[in-house]
Write a protein of this length. Structure first.
Ligand code: URP
Ligand code: ZN
Ligand code: ZN
Length: 459
């Protein structure tokens, strides 16, 4: 089966080219001008941008966080992703039963995703405790199962202490895995939180104050030093929200350490004034939204290449049933926001169309570096032989984000009312059109598991 996309502005991190792209058997088979194929179905791109499909390397679909389960599963979450121009996700496995081995959650997550995901998917492992058996098991997860990155948490229920974090990052580096970390100083967060509660400041309005940015920045600096102590093991900082943390990351990068940073749309486009709203619980997530001045620091990081990835940390809970009942008590509010459908349009509109980043930089942040960093050699570029995971963006289409147009199961979008210039009008996953003109046209269960390669420093 062949599809010929004609009259496109092709952009990836290597080239920009006005021309055509031929897809055969799910792969890109030719790129050039005036391409012909006698049997191909023709798609006229109308001169619009043709990018590699987005890769969102930070989602939490169907996650059980103890007090709630996220409302989007691998079907509705990937459907929303596809409609927003994303063609692959790497989901963070949630915690399993206390003491479980690394394979336990892999089996659980394979069940969650297969026959449900509409686009391709992989998983990050989760390190919820450290002992000799866990350390021994890491190599088989990487080399047999295709799980070449793991997350460890320095806060929440299964936080690792410093010696366990050091043991984990050291062994992960040795077996060819990338350590990703949720960095927040848990002890400092607990103290800040207790002080607020003692003062009767319990509503979601106070969530941001309960986790100051210094708690995050301290944990980033600590993990950078532990990774260095572990023989310069590679480190990936998830959901960076502030400039102080970025200063530590830059410093490490300048000294030659492999420290990679990810930020998310919520930290670029939303700020802590959301906590003054009566529906503040919609914005409860960790790290929390920061003062507006942090946004510019993150944009600088994107522009100067000290931040390499924009992912979402998609973790949706319904406002009415799951968040609003905890409006008066931030300690009972499930943490997380939806956003998998909004990442590409937000960054394209506010980044490319506003002149902050080039179209090529947009591809690097949303697709190319995610593929390189997380071991997806067949994705992230417009090259012959690559999977035909593609998205066409119409830069002239202007629309306001509103939840009624989203394809998830949540009941709000945190980006309601933001005007977007430039929308994805067609998304293709391995040669199949999965979204067109804001409608989902894909197939439940068509997504395949991505067996990822071991980590190799792409810089
Ligand atoms: O609040 C958040 N970010 N929830 C998702 C889990 C995590 O910390 O990444
Ligand atoms: Zn996290
Ligand atoms: Zn997360």
């Amino acid at each position: 089966m062949a599809t010929l996309i004609k009259n496109a502005q092709l952009v990836d991190s290597f080239m920009t080219l006005r021309g055509d792209l031929l897809v055969e058997d799910g792969k890109i088979s030719a790129i050039g001008s005036q391409l012909h194929h006698p049997q191909a179905e023709i798609i006229d791109a109308g001169g619009h941008y043709l990018f590699p499909g987005g890769i969102d390397v930070h989602t939490h679909l169907n996650i059980d966080v103890g007090i709630a389960r996220s409302c989007d599963d691998f079907f509705s979450g990937t459907r929303a992703a596809a409609c927003g121009g994303t063609t692959s996700i790497i989901d963070h496995m949630g915690f399993g039963p206390t003491g479980c081995d690394l394979h336990h959650q892999l089996h659980v997550y394979q069940e969650y995703a297969q026959n449900n995901a509409v686009i391709d998917y992989g998983f990050h492992g989760v390190i919820q405790h450290v002992d000799d058996a866990i350390l021994d098991e890491m190599a088989s997860m990487v080399h047999e199962e295709g799980i070449s990155s793991f997350k460890l948490y320095l806060t929440y229920g299964y936080k690792l202490n410093d010696s366990d974090a050091l043991r984990a990052v050291s062994q992960l580096g040795k077996v060819g895995a990338l350590t990703t970390v949720h960095p927040e100083n848990d002890a400092a967060v607990q103290l800040c939180r207790q002080r607020l509660l003692d003062a009767g400041k319990r509503s979601c309005r106070y969530h941001g104050q309960s986790r100051p940015l210094e708690c995050e920045a301290e944990a980033i600096a600590r993990m950078i030093n532990l990774a260095r102590l572990a023989g310069d093991a590679p480190l990936y900082i998830v959901h960076l929200s502030n400039g102080l943390g970025l200063d530590y990351i830059r410093n490490a990068q300048r000294s030659g350490q492999v420290v990679i940073a990810e930020t998310c749309p919520q930290y670029l486009f939303l700020d802590d004034s959301c906590y003054e709203r009566p529906d503040a619980s919609k914005f409860v997530l960790s790290p929390p939204l920061r003062p507006k001045e942090e946004q510019q620091k993150l944009w600088a990081g994107l522009q100067e290449h000290s931040i390499q990835v924009v992912a979402t940390d998609q973790c949706s809970f319904r406002y009415q049933e799951q968040k609003q009942p905890a409006e008066a008590d931030f300690t009972r509010c499930p943490n997380g926001l939806p956003g998998v459908e909004n990442r590409m349009p937000l960054l394209f509109s506010q980044g490319v169309m506003s002149g902050r980043i080039s179209a090529q930089r947009f591809v690097e942040l949303t697709s190319y570096w995610p593929a390189q960093i997380f071991g997806l050699p067949h994705k992230g570029s417009l090259k012959v032989g690559q999977d035909a995971d593609l998205v066409i963006f119409d830069p002239n289409l202007e629309q306001i984000i509103t939840h009624s147009q989203m394809h998830d199961l949540c009941d709000y979008t945190p980006y309601e009312g933001i005007n977007i210039r430039g929308w994805p009008v067609l998304t293709m996953s391995r040669g199949q059109v999965v979204a067109r003109d804001g409608q989902f046209v894909g197939e439940k269960g068509a997504g395949r598991f991505i067996h990822r390669r071991p980590f190799k420093n792409p810089f």
